[in-house]
Each structure stands twice: as structure tokens, then as C-alpha cells.
Design a protein around this ligand. Structure first.
Ligand code: IPE
Ligand code: IPE
Ligand code: MG
Length: 248
């Protein structure tokens, strides 16, 4: 893929997205909800391409939450089928474009057909280095913190912040710089609870199937104007940027 110049000056290294609004997109068109999820796959394809063009290093998307099991059975099975189909169709192209896939989430409860699809996609793309795509599937922030704590206990380690950073499900990529949620809701819905401690948040009413590069650029332009203070004062940041010690 061509290495196009970034259209905004400050591209986040790691972007996370809550891809919400598929059902409402379908309802507006008197279509079944699963038709919205199908369009959602197209929106994800566009977004991956746009992120590659803008040199985003890591894209982490929320595809199925721990709570989504409580949806109607036919919607849940529709989402499982869509995942398996999308993987078999998209992985070769993703791999050609240098995308490495991961599927953070709880493997318990997933069928062997789904698990095989996830494992194959991870194996096929293991050597790719242009961008990491984390598709969070059967993921919940509370599950993640609990499983990380269990790992530390099993290793006989103390439960510390550093330990949890090493064992939570995004340890391989670090924390997101920007979290985008489409669909207009202003909540986290049990996504990356541990990892979003200092992530910049961007909420848009745009429904996920309508999301495109222009909407991504709006989020990036907004991000570029944020001052990330990490607890410091604005003056301290200015001093640090000009080379002075913040403790002076
Ligand atoms: C997000 O879209 C996709 C999943 C949760 C799998 P929704 O299906 O939640 O769409 P809305 O919120 O009902 O419009
Ligand atoms: C969050 O969307 C989960 C995903 C996008 C996969 P939901 O639609 O499930 O969130 P709530 O239930 O409205 O908070
Ligand atoms: Mg929703």
C-alpha cells in the first residue's frame, strides 16, 4: 500500500474504536439488524485502509462484548458467522498489507469453529509489521482485569500496576492514545477499562456503517488539538517541551 502523507499533523499511535450503531443503521432502512453488522464489516475494511494510509501503528476495535451474549440468539449466531466469513475473506488482503491480527478476549464460550478461525488468522499474520489490528471479541474490561490478576496469582507474583500492565490483554501494544465511539452513546460499555486511564475520548453520532476516512480525520484533528497533561499543569508541559525541568 502507498505510503501517503498524513492529512493531519498529529496522528495517534494507537487508536481504539467502539464500533456502535449497526442495529440503528439497519432499522432506519427497515432491514434486519444483521444487515447493519454486514455493513459494519465494510466500514471496518475502510477504516483499516485509512489507518494504514495515515501510519497508525495499532488499531483496536470492539467487535463483541462479554455482554453481547444477551442479545437474541439469531443475532449472536449471525455475528459469529459474520466473523468467520469476514476472516476467511479479509485475512489474505490484510496480510498482504502488513497487518498483524490479534483477538483479545475470553476464548471460553466460543465455538471450536470460531476459535480455529481466530487462531488461523493470528498464525497467518504473525510476521506482519506495518500495523497491529486487535479485534476484541468476547471481550470485557472487567474480565480483562480479573484474568490479568489471576495470571499474576498463578505466577506467585504480587498484584501491582506494572504486573497488570504486563498481563492485561493489550500488553503487546500498550494503551490507546485515542478512543472513538460511534453511534452517539457516551459510555465505555466495559471496553478497555484498565487501558483507557489516560486515553483521549472522541464521541460521534455517526453510525458505524457510515464511518469513513473523513470522519476518522475529524477525530484525528480533534485529537491533535488536545493537551495531554497526564496530571501535570499546562505550564509544566510548556517547560518540558522547551527543555526545562518540570521540577525546577
Ligand atoms: C454495534 O452495533 C455492534 C455490536 C455490538 C456487535 P449495535 O448492534 O450495538 O447497534 P445499535 O447500538 O443497536 O444501533
Ligand atoms: C458496545 O456496544 C459493544 C460493541 C460495540 C461490540 P453495545 O451496543 O453493546 O453497548 P451498550 O449495550 O449500548 O452499552
Ligand atoms: Mg449498540
Amino acid at each position: 500500500m502507498a505510503n501517503l502523507p498524513s492529512p493531519v499533523s498529529c496522528v495517534p499511535r494507537h487508536v481504539a474504536i467502539v464500533m456502535d450503531g449497526n442495529g440503528r443503521w439497519a432499522k432506519k432502512r427497515h432491514l434486519p439488524r444483521v444487515a447493519g453488522h454486514k455493513q459494519g464489516v465494510d466500514a471496518l475494511r475502510r477504516t483499516v485502509r485509512a489507518c494504514l494510509e495515515r501510519d497508525v501503528q495499532v488499531l483496536t476495535v470492539f467487535a463483541f462484548s462479554s455482554e453481547n451474549w444477551s442479545r437474541p440468539e439469531d443475532e449472536v449466531s449471525g455475528l459469529m458467522n459474520l466473523l468467520v466469513m469476514a476472516l476467511s475473506r479479509e485475512v489474505p488482503k490484510l496480510s498482504k498489507n502488513g497487518v498483524r491480527l490479534h483477538f483479545p478476549g475470553d476464548s471460553h464460550g466460543l465455538s471450536s469453529r470460531v476459535l480455529q478461525g481466530l487462531q488461523k488468522a493470528e498464525q497467518t499474520t504473525v510476521h506482519n509489521q506495518k500495523m497491529v489490528l486487535n479485534v476484541c471479541f468476547n471481550y470485557g474490561g472487567r474480565w480483562d482485569i480479573a484474568q490479568a490478576a489471576r495470571q499474576l496469582v498463578a505466577q506467585g507474583r504480587e498484584i501491582t500496576e506494572e504486573g497488570l500492565c504486563e498481563t492485561t490483554a493489550l500488553a503487546h501494544v500498550g494503551d490507546p492514545d485515542l478512543l472513538i465511539r460511534t453511534g452517539g452513546e457516551m459510555r465505555i460499555s466495559n471496553f478497555l477499562l484498565w487501558q483507557c486511564a489516560y486515553t483521549e475520548l472522541f464521541f460521534t453520532p455517526c453510525l458505524w456503517p457510515d464511518f469513513d476516512a473523513a470522519e476518522l480525520d475529524r477525530a484525528f484533528a480533534d485529537f491533535a488539538g488536545r493537551e495531554r497533561r497526564f496530571g501535570q499543569t499546562s505550564d509544566q508541559l510548556t517547560m518540558t517541551q522547551s527543555g526545562a525541568s518540570p521540577h525546577a
